[in-house]
Design a protein around this ligand. Structure first.
Ligand code: BES
Ligand code: MN
Ligand code: ZN
Length: 471
């Protein structure tokens, strides 16, 4: 596992060297002997063994051109491990305020160069605009991956879309509310964007979005973005996002601890906006609709109530048993609209259920679809994009749990299988297109640094959705 470049002469602020377990000697081959021996001793003393994502940082005291060297473990050297290593490197570079960074990783090829590049920037990101000036660290401005490969256009577009999504999720709800979210979408060059206001939502019979949004002084809206290629599109698809800019739970109010981070409840819509931003850059010959149901779930005097029966866009009626099961109500109207557009396939993305993070933890999104081929297609794109989708069941038998007394269906299942019953609820509003639902509660937001993800939004699914859309 030797490196192809000479480490001693790289002109950079921070030289990052990927190291596999027990490969320190060979990897550092190109360093001056005495310095190399000292480094190996220091790394041993620090118990650095090349375990994936582990790091050790050393000053180089003029022994090589770069003033600081960061060893980062690459474990088994798989693409997933390289991503974790590059992410940690990006994170550490930002923590040090290193402006110029060079990344040297043994036996990485062009595909892993993209993965390294993407993950480095994931780790280098911070949401620190509200911190005091002296508590902020400059982002890296120049990254050299010592592989002679430029990052692909897809990687570059995904990075921009993902950073946008992260900013949107991390911003307080006082800054990002339905109308300001719509302004962000409208500001993306190359897309046609149509914003449905409260009046139009009411007139169109979008009873779900209207009900969820009516208890707030910030009115709800539906955001419809379109990327239209020149000529006849090869296929037509829709991306649907839950855009609850703050989820207080409505009259079924959340306790304080559960409410604290509920500005993240628009992460699905942020993923859609980020992906649409990337798609506008990449200009595929595919027609892509981005549809967002944006609302604040609050407790104002006009808030929707338990026992209300809502008329949805597709004509079905929903009995409200819990106003905190609001995301499915917003998504239902959007999915009905996507069905009306007669797209070939639709994927919705949402911070939908606590049950999903209980089942899968923070590192996996839940994938629900009746179409096995579509499931593996999406899982393939997720894998390429460094994201993790785990399939969960969508059993028809559980539909009984949503049986209503007065309406077509109720918005609450039983105590069990909460992520699946939420997905089954959504399935009632899809008519025609191939459909998948992705529950992102786990990976969409971290309240503290998690692996190479700084606290805040992660932009999860921008990578997967973009890769799927252009495929
Ligand atoms: N926005 C929440 C889901 C959520 C939970 C997002 C934790 C981020 C972190 C969603 O609207 C919700 O409240 N879901 C309820 C559904 C229940 C009332 C059926 C839940 O999961 O408890
Ligand atoms: Mn809720
Ligand atoms: Zn919610």
């Amino acid at each position: 596992m030797a490196l192809t470049c000479s480490l001693a002469s790289v002109a950079t602020d921070l030289l990052v060297v990927g190291v596999a377990p027990d490969a320190l000697e060979t990897t550092l081959d190109s360093l001056p002997d005495a310095f190399r021996a000292a480094l190996i001793e220091a790394a041993e003393a620090d118990s650095f063994r090349g375990k994936v994502g582990s790091t050790a940082s050393y000053a180089t005291f003029g022994q090589i051109t770069a003033p600081r060297l960061l060893l980062v473990g690459i474990g088994d050297g798989s693409t997933a491990s390289l991503r974790r290593a590059a992410g940690q490197a990006g994170y550490a570079a930002r923590a040090r305020g290193a402006e110029k960074v060079a990344l040297a990783v043994p036996s990485a090829d062009a595909t892993s160069a993209d993965a390294l590049w993407e993950s480095f920037w994931e780790g280098n990101y911070r949401f620190d605009k509200y911190k005091a000036e002296d508590a902020r660290k400059a982002p890296t401005s120049q990254l050299e991956v010592l592989l002679d490969a430029e990052p692909s256009q897809v990687s570059q577009a995904v990075r921009i879309g993902q950073d946008l999504a992260r900013d949107l999720v991390s911003e307080p709800a006082a800054v990002i509310y339905p109308e300001s979210l719509a302004d962000v979408a409208t500001g993306i060059a190359g897309l046609d964007v149509d914003v449905w206001d409260m009046e139009r939502l009411q007139a169109a019979g979008m009873g779900g979005i209207v009900a969820v949004g009516q208890g707030s002084s910030r009115p709800p809206c539906l955001i419809h973005m379109v990327w239209k290629p020149e000529g006849t599109p090869r296929r037509r698809i829709a991306l649907v996002g839950k855009g609850v800019t703050f989820d207080a739970g409505g009259l079924s109010i959340k306790p304080t601890a559960g409410m604290l981070t509920m500005r993240c409840d628009m992460a699905g819509s942020a993923a859609v906006i980020g992906a649409m931003r990337a798609i506008a850059d990449l200009q595929p010959d595919v027609e892509v609709h981005g549809i967002i149901g944006a609302a604040e779930n609050m407790l104002g005097g006009n808030a929707f109530k338990l026992g209300d029966v809502l008329s949805m866009y597709n004509g079905k009626t929903v009995e409200v048993h819990n106003t905190d099961a609001e995301g499915r109500l917003c998504l239902a109207d959007c999915l009905a609209l996507a069905s009306e557009l007669e797209v070939d396939a639709v994927v919705d993305v949402a911070t939908l259920t606590g049950a999903c993070v209980v089942a899968l933890g923070t590192d996996y999104s839940g994938l629900f679809t009746r179409d096995d081929a579509f499931a593996s297609t999406l899982q393939g794109h997720a894998n390429d994009g460094g994201e993790q989708l785990w399939r969960l069941p969508l059993p028809d038998a559980y539909k009984d749990l949503l049986k209503a007394e007065w309406g077509t269906i109720k918005n609450l299942g039983g105590r069990y299988a909460g992520a699946s019953t939420a997905a089954l609820f959504l399935s009632e509003f899809v008519d025609g297109p191939t459909w998948a639902h992705i529950d992102i509660v786990g990976p969409s937001f971290h309240d503290k640094t998690h692996q190479h993800w700084a606290a805040g939004g992660t932009g999860v699914m921008v990578s997967t959705l973009t890769r799927w859309a252009i495929s």
